[in-house]
Design a protein around this ligand. Structure first.
Ligand code: MN
Length: 207
């Protein structure tokens, strides 16, 4: 789905109400069917007149923004970033969450001290992100894990980092259920992390 132009909206991997009571069905439906879809549609619209980029992957586009015509650079950065981030976001949530295990858990312990300390740092990073943005768990080329946040729809990809988990902290991700209480959203969001998928992403990065 994210191979190259024309990009298409991936199906939600669970029902709209699957993440309740942590994230309500209406939020998931609007977020996936309207917000996520509009980023994909606008990315396709920007790329449509430029066939030389139609075989490029989304990751290539986001890592090579300076190779794009000035006219579409910002549109690809924002809408391509939105497409990439939302794809990872919806794929790393699940209605039957598990706990991290194996080499992922060992690396979390090594890099953050413990799973509890990981959650603490993650929450602080989400609360610190002013206005709209994302919180990422990324793997670097040395195999280390790092928590970071980006504004708007920027991704860690141009820094050579491999994202394995992401949390949306735009208000549209939580406003219907939590209004301005971002901290509460983050606490509840910990209940829907798809650690199996995060683990797969962890093993895939740089391998
Ligand atoms: Mn969003």
């Amino acid at each position: 789905m994210m191979e190259h132009y024309p990009f298409s909206l991936p199906a939600l991997p669970y029902a709209y109400d699957a993440l309740e009571p942590y994230i309500d069905a209406e939020t998931v439906e609007i977020h996936h069917d309207k917000h996520f879809k509009s980023y994909i549609d606008n990315l396709n619209k920007a790329l449509e007149p430029y066939p030389q980029f139609h075989n490029k992957s989304l990751i290539w586009l986001l890592c090579n923004l300076s190779a794009l015509p000035c006219k579409i650079r910002e549109e690809v950065r924002n809408n391509g970033g939105g497409a990439y981030s939302h794809n990872l976001y919806f794929n790393t949530m699940i209605d039957t969450p598990d706990c991290p295990y194996g080499s992922l858990l060992t690396t979390i312990d090594q890099c953050f001290g413990s799973l509890d300390e990981f959650y603490e740092k993650w929450k602080a990073c989400g609360l610190d992100r002013f206005a709209s943005g994302w919180v990422w768990l990324v793997k670097d080329k040395c195999g280390k894990l790092k928590i970071m946040s980006t504004p708007n729809h920027d991704t860690p990809l141009p820094c050579g980092l491999c994202p394995i988990l992401v949390m949306d902290v735009w208000e549209h991700a939580y406003y219907l259920g939590y209004q301005n209480r971002r901290g509460e959203y983050i606490d509840e969001w910990f209940n829907v992390i798809n650690w199996d998928e995060v683990s797969r992403n962890f093993l895939k990065c740089f391998n």
